[in-house]
Write a protein that binds this ligand. Structure first.
Ligand code: S3P
Length: 172
C-alpha cells in the first residue's frame, strides 16, 4: 500500500491522526491544505477571499491528482471538502490506495469547531446556532462522498492513538 488517505469533516482529526500514523509506520506525512497554502504562498482564508472557492477547489483537485500520481508512499490528510468536488472521490480506492473516513457526529464536530472556526472560511462568519445547523446539513450532504472511503472509523470520544490503532488493523 503506497497511499493512506484520511478524510472527513472539518474538525474530525484528520491531520492529527495522519501525522501520528505516519510517524508510527514511517511513511511521509502530507497535508493537502498545507500543500495548497505553500504552493499559493497564502493561507486558505486568503485564497478563499482573494481567488474564491472555485479557484481553491480547482487547485485542490489538481494537487490531489498530482499526489495520487506520485509513486512514493505517504499518509495524506485531505481537506474536509476534498472528496466532494471534481470527482475526487474516484481517487479514494485506486491502485495502491486505501482510504479512511474519520466519522464524527454533528455534536462532536460542533464542540470541536466552536473554538477554532476563525481559520475555516466556511464557518468563520456563522454564529454558534447557524454553525450547528450548517454542520448538520453539510455533513448530511457530504456523507455520500465520505462513505466512498475504503473504511469508515467512528471517532467520537476516541484518542488519536486509539484511532491509529484501529487504522493499523486494516493495513496488515
Ligand atoms: C474545507 C475544509 C478545510 C479546508 C477549506 C475547506 C471544507 O480543511 O480545506 O477550509 O470544505 O470542509 P480542514 O477539514 O482540514 O479544516
Amino acid at each position: 500500500m503506497k497511499k493512506i488517505i484520511l478524510l472527513g469533516y472539518m474538525g474530525s482529526g484528520k491531520s492529527t491522526v495522519a501525522k501520528l500514523l505516519s510517524e508510527k509506520i514511517h511513511f511521509p506525512f502530507l497535508d493537502l491544505d498545507k500543500i495548497i497554502e505553500k504552493e499559493a504562498n497564502a493561507s486558505i482564508t486568503e485564497i478563499f477571499e482573494k481567488q474564491g472557492e472555485i479557484y481553491f477547489r480547482k487547485r485542490e483537485h489538481e494537487l490531489f491528482q498530482q499526489i495520487i500520481g506520485d509513486p512514493n508512499e505517504a499518509v495524506l490528510s485531505l481537506g474536509g471538502g476534498t472528496p466532494c468536488y471534481a470527482n475526487n472521490h474516484e481517487f479514494l480506492n485506486g491502485e495502491n490506495v486505501i482510504s479512511f473516513y474519520l466519522k464524527a457526529s454533528v455534536g462532536e464536530l460542533y464542540q470541536r469547531l466552536l473554538s477554532e472556526k476563525t481559520h475555516r472560511p466556511l464557518l468563520a462568519n456563522l454564529n454558534p446556532d447557524e454553525m450547528k445547523e450548517f454542520i448538520a446539513i453539510n455533513l448530511f450532504e457530504r456523507s455520500f462522498y465520505y462513505l466512498k472511503a475504503t473504511h469508515a472509523i467512528a471517532v467520537d470520544a476516541k484518542s488519536p492513538e486509539q484511532i491509529v490503532a484501529e487504522i493499523e488493523q486494516f493495513l496488515v
